[in-house]
Design a binder for this molecule. Structure first.
Ligand SMILES: [Zn+2]
Length: 511
């Protein structure tokens, strides 16, 4: 009985694996979805009851259950080795010390005004030797070593901000953890970078880094457990103490911190797998993703609240994408593709792409078997004629994008608002850095204008203001695009010269 039954399934699978010649595109299940269903789903999803789906909130877990219940109904399997649709994601929230102080000779610096601590355990270092160590940088390949002939053991080290060559804020932020490590390995008690970023106001830096922040528990980022006390200071123009220290004059420093507090937060990615129908191609996976978290309630969430409303419902960001993915999952479940499909709703996007970064570090299906990531995320739309593609022209999928958009009655808007660097700001970038070709599909945005800013991370981003006939066409084009990519014999690939081309070559050479 079992054997016969599975033969029937294989026969059915083969029958359904491609669109028969007489079948019109509009007969595909994605073109059978309807606006009223989307409207109902999004009104629940972005209701006040969900309280803005903040990462770590019970409401986000309710949202996860909602997705899982649908995956069950649509016939999705658990990912290999899992006994549910949930991949636990361990996070930690780190808050800066209540009390901290820095003194250089007789000069006192006030925490969160003149200096800011970013990591390190509670400690009270009084009257320690202070030393200046250039940029606190070592590059053995190029024979560069700021610590050569310098003993920093048991001392507090002061360095110029960032690496020696690159003054871009990005390079400076990226260098932080390496600089901490270099100082720590050499036995320093503290490391203070001296602020020297002309393009970035000190106040902005202070505000950005003095908030409580959420990180992956496995992250190599700031760690409150580090012994080394690490921070930044803005040099005072009146005093010459820094200059004297740079010249090698004897300088004493005191550095006191009450320590960072850390709270463990549990969250989850929601993951389902739909096996492909082609015996050869089913070992290859198309990964569809959307972040399902948003920023919660109250001023801490994001922008200003209103007297009558403090809930960031996130109907657009990313309720629209979450529900789009849900409906794509349904349509693909009704008529599976040749390749297998992984659907993932990731958590913690708003806290720094945490869920997608976690997934690529702990993938449930080997990344080299994942041929593409089609992410749907957006801050809103200002055109109901378009679907916007962030990453257009980069992976050899443009003809499919055009086909999918046209079938749903939409036009393609390629790479909107380039100044916003959107490609590297959504979950697709977590996959890109590992080499997986990807793009982010967004509802029609042609520029970051007033119509976008009216809703983007605002309490006004409510489900009542969505155009559901447009949303239906958006969902159809997204789902159909997924189908086209998953069924095509040819795989997408980074075009030669792309920023992520080398990562792609490296990843897929594992096969
Ligand atoms: Zn957002």
């Amino acid at each position: 009985m079992f054997i016969r039954f599975s033969w029937v399934l294989i026969f059915l699978g083969t029958l359904l694996s491609s669109v028969p010649a007489q079948m019109a595109v509009t007969d595909l299940p994605e073109f059978d979805l309807n606006a009223a269903t989307l409207k109902g789903q999004l009104h629940y999803w972005a209701s006040d009851y969900m309280r803005g789906r903040d990462t770590g909130s019970p409401e986000l877990d309710v949202a996860a259950e909602y997705l899982a219940a649908h995956l069950k109904a649509y016939g999705y399997e658990y990912a290999p080795g899992m006994d549910s649709y949930f991949q636990p994601v361990q996070l930690k929230e780190t808050a800066p010390p209540q009390e901290a102080s820095l003194t250089l000779n007789k000069n006192k610096y006030v925490h969160k005004e003149d200096f800011l601590l970013l990591s390190g355990k509670a400690n009270r270092y009084k009257n320690k030797k202070a030393v200046f160590a250039g940029h606190g940088w070592v590059d053995t390949e190029n024979g560069y070593d700021d610590y050569a002939n310098l003993d920093v053991k048991g001392k507090i080290v002061f360095v110029l901000g960032g690496p020696p060559e690159d003054k871009s804020p990005q390079a400076i932020f990226q260098a932080m953890s390496q600089k901490r490590q270099l100082a720590s390995e050499r036995g320093a008690l503290g490391l203070i970078e001296i602020y020297n970023l002309p393009n970035l106001p000190w106040n902005f830096f202070l505000r950005y880094f003095s908030r409580a922040s959420m990180q992956l528990d496995l992250s190599q980022g700031m760690n409150s457990e580090d012994e080394l006390i690490y921070g930044w200071m803005q040099p005072d123009t009146e005093s010459s103490v820094i200059k004297e220290m740079q010249e090698g004059k004897r300088t004493k420093a005191s550095l006191i911190s009450s320590g960072f507090s850390e709270t463990a937060i549990s969250s989850k990615n929601v993951i389902g797998v739909l096996p492909g129908t082609d015996p050869e191609l089913k070992d290859e996976y198309l990964l569809l993703s959307a972040h399902y978290d948003h920023v919660g309630v109250g001023a801490a969430g994001s922008n200003a609240t209103l007297p009558q409303d403090s809930i960031f419902n996130g109907a657009r960001d990313n309720g629209l994408g979450s529900i789009a993915l849900l409906n794509a999952a349904q349509a693909l479940g009704e008529m599976p593709t040749k390749r297998s499909i992984i659907v993932i709703w990731v958590t913690g996007e708003e806290k720094g792409l945490l869920g997608s970064r976690y997934y690529v570090e702990r993938p449930l299906i080997p990344l080299h078997q994942t041929i593409f990531n089609l992410n749907t995320d957006g801050g809103g739309y200002n055109s109901t004629e378009h679907i916007s593609i962030i990453g257009y022209g980069r992976t050899g999928t443009d003809d499919k994008i055009e086909t999918a958009a046209t079938a749903a009655g939409l036009k393609v808007f390629p790479n909107p608002a380039p100044e916003q660097n959107l490609f590297d700001r959504s979950d697709n970038v977590s996959f890109a850095v590992k080499g997986i070709p990807c793009m982010n599909v967004s509802p029609g945005v042609t520029a970051f204008d007033d119509e976008i800013n009216k809703y983007y991370h605002q309490v006004t981003d409510n489900p009542e203001s969505i155009d559901y006939d447009y949303m239906l066409r958006y969902v159809q084009s997204y789902a159909y695009l997924a189908r086209l990519i998953a069924n095509d014999m040819e795989r997408p690939a980074w075009i030669d010269g792309d920023k992520y081309y080398d990562a792609g070559v490296k990843l897929y050479s594992k096969e």
